[in-house]
Design a protein around this ligand. Structure first.
Ligand code: G3P
Ligand code: MG
Length: 254
């Protein structure tokens, strides 16, 4: 159910402003802020030594100059990676961001954070929650935080760390399952996050009617996306939210 204190964000920069800067880095969050974004979505995982870092993939090859699995690195090894050059030479030397360093930036810029607990194959959802949630709850108020995951074990464990008024949780779905309402109730979910291409109007209306915030990922074409605003969708997670103007009519007048 929707917490009173958190207004559903309309525009969220996916992995930071990932259209213009290397995803999930401090540079991508700075770019989002400088482009006027108020919310960012980021992925969090653990290094092999238990340090939470902002990273999407199971491996480091796609988004750094290194190779191998994230789970095989400690903070010293991860700190030597260049997580910027793959995107553009102007980002050379950009580090992999630790959660601590990222939260300091988010707080400094007064941004909202949708932190996705990313459970790649073979990783432990309980360990991720336990290494991440205390720091997160210390750093950000409920008004600027949504923790989401595709992983039901991670979401259930996150809920055990804090009640709904302190920790807004988002249930992530590729395709909304038939038992979406029960799954949301089980974790006292604030929001439902769905693949925008797989959402249907009737399901969108049911989710909104049930009192959840409804967010769609990852949409980059505002024209194709436009009908979803009429269905009651509250927000879009986009690689470049600056492409999205406010909808002509607001189905959620305050
Ligand atoms: O949180 C929405 C979106 O980020 C989920 O997919 O793979 O981009 O993390 P992915
Ligand atoms: Mg994500």
């Amino acid at each position: 159910m929707r917490q009173q204190s958190l207004v559903p964000p309309r525009l969220i920069a996916h992995r930071g402003l990932s259209a213009r800067a290397p995803e999930n880095t401090l540079a991508a969050v700075q770019a989002a802020h400088e482009a006027g974004c108020r919310w960012v979505e980021l992925d969090v995982q653990l290094l092999g030594d238990g340090t939470p870092v902002i990273w999407h993939d199971r491996d480091v090859a796609r988004c750094s100059d290194g190779r191998g699995r994230l789970a095989d690195l400690d903070i010293r090894q991860a700190g030597r990676l260049d997580a910027g050059s793959w995107f553009d030479v102007t980002f050379a030397g950009e580090p992999m961001a630790t959660l601590d360093r990222m939260l300091a930036l988010i707080d400094e810029r007064e941004l909202g954070l949708n932190l996705e607990l990313k459970i790649n194959r073979g990783r432990d959802p309980l360990a991720l929650v336990e290494r991440t949630l205390p720091t997160l709850l210390e750093a950000l108020p409920a008004e600027r935080l949504i923790v989401s995951s595709f992983d039901v074990t991670a979401l259930a464990h996150a809920r055990r760390q804090a009640p709904a008024e302190r920790l807004p949780l988002g249930a992530l779905f590729e395709r909304v399952p038939r038992d979406w309402a029960a799954r949301c109730d089980a974790i006292d979910a604030y929001s439902v996050h769905v693949d925008w291409r797989r959402l249907r109007a009737s399901r969108a209306r049911d989710i909104v009617q049930a009192g959840h915030a409804l967010l769609c990922y990852t949409a980059n074409d505002p024209t194709a996306f436009a009908p979803r605003w009429e269905w009651g969708v509250h927000g879009v997670i986009s690689d470049d939210p600056t492409r999205f103007a406010a909808p002509r009519t607001d189905p959620h007048p305050s």
